[in-house]
Design a protein around this ligand. Structure first.
Ligand SMILES: [Zn+2]
Ligand SMILES: [Zn+2]
Length: 152
């Protein structure tokens, strides 16, 4: 698949072929329909000191605000199915800290953001953990859902 990849520790990014993401048991594989550009994508593109301090390693696919269509789900996914439209919830809770284990994942102490701390979504396909794919009604345009994803 094609993706926008930060591949060198200098300003810029590359549009090139990369491997399809693997779908873990708790993951959802999504055909990305729309991606929005966030300020943090610009920081990573510019490769400023903030980007250098948070990105764990290169190469990394940029982007984290998106909407798309589910094409495959892992064995342990029960609330989504192929064909569902979803908006990305950009935060990945750790599922292991006090807050996650007491139903307060939104204030997880180990919170990660995909496209910053992990592979992003400026690609034809992406995988995210099931809680990070929020089902939306099909009449909501993907472009509106992609922008919403940042507020989620
Ligand atoms: Zn953002
Ligand atoms: Zn947590």
């Amino acid at each position: 698949m094609k993706a926008i990849i930060k591949d060198k520790p200098v300003q810029g990014a590359a549009w090139r072929e990369t491997d399809m993401p693997k779908v873990g048991p708790k993951d959802v594989l999504i055909k990305v329909k729309v991606g929005a550009i966030c300020g943090s994508d610009v920081h990573i593109y510019e490769w400023d000191s903030w980007a250098q301090s948070v990105v764990p390693g290169l190469p990394q696919i940029l982007g984290h605000e998106f909407a798309g269509e589910v094409v495959e789900v892992g064995k342990a996914v029960h609330h989504l199915k192929p064909g569902d439209h979803v908006a990305g919830e950009t935060h990945i809770p750790c599922d292991n800290c006090y807050f996650c284990l007491t139903g307060q994942r939104h204030i997880c102490t180990g919170m990660k953001v995909y496209g910053v701390h992990s592979q992003g979504i400026f690609s034809e396909y992406t995988t995210v953990p099931e809680p990070c794919a929020v089902k939306i009604p099909p009449q909501i345009p993907f472009v509106a859902a992609a922008v919403w994803s940042h507020a989620g």
